[in-house]
Design a protein. Structure first.
Length: 205
């Protein structure tokens, strides 16, 4: 079980017990407490995922850390431009993440790591950011999909398609950007998922 799912599932379990207790005792407070616990635990999990911890990027040199900071204004403006192209409104200001790039639907904000900012060229980083904007375009569906494995792959493919649409990039450009991202953070990702995403975009494996 993925660690990111554990707080949510535990929160859901507490909420379920709370609902049962509410019916059994006719005291609605149990249900409210359960739902509150679910929300708080989900937020805690989210914060751990996006907390901009510099130590996570300890393999980055001082020059790379400085380059990431210098590039952040460009990243933020790129996200604004991509969001406009995708018709996404009121997207929060982009900030650094501990690792990778991700969209958080609760905050309606994109986070990107210093490693990606420092090591990817403009075209690759723009595609990575466009993928996250694709998630932001489907904010509600993205939040649901993040907690259900069966829907997560579909959401990733839809975000990939949005990225290609708003950037004018090709599927091969997308594939190259993902490969560059993996090299930048020494993270290969799930090969089965990547194969399915490639197939969905018409690329051979």
């Amino acid at each position: 079980m993925k660690s990111a799912l554990r707080p949510l599932l535990l929160g859901l379990a507490v909420a379920g017990v709370g609902m049962w207790a509410s019916r059994a005792t006719r005291v609605p407070g149990f249900q409210l407490v359960g739902l509150l616990v679910m929300v708080l635990m989900s937020l805690a999990s989210m914060w751990r995922a996006v907390d901009p911890d510099r130590t996570h990027g300890s393999t980055l040199t001082a020059d790379e850390l400085a380059a990431a900071e210098k590039r952040l204004p460009w990243v933020r403006q790129t996200v604004v431009d991509l969001a406009l192209a995708a018709g996404v409104n009121r997207l929060g200001r982009t900030e650094f993440a501990s690792a990778s790039a991700r969209y958080e639907p609760v905050l309606h904000r994109i986070f990107v790591s210093r490693a990606l900012c420092a090591r990817l060229d403009d075209a690759a980083l723009r595609l990575i950011l466009a993928h996250e904007v694709g998630h932001a375009k489907r904010r509600r569906q993205c939040w649901v999909a993040s907690h259900y494995e069966a829907r997560r792959l579909q959401e990733e493919v839809l975000a990939d398609e949005t990225a290609l649409d708003i950037t004018g990039a090709t599927p091969q450009d997308w594939s190259n950007a993902l490969a560059a991202s993996a090299c930048a953070e020494d993270a290969a990702g799930d090969p089965n998922e990547l194969a399915q995403r490639r197939a969905a975009l018409g690329l051979s494996n």
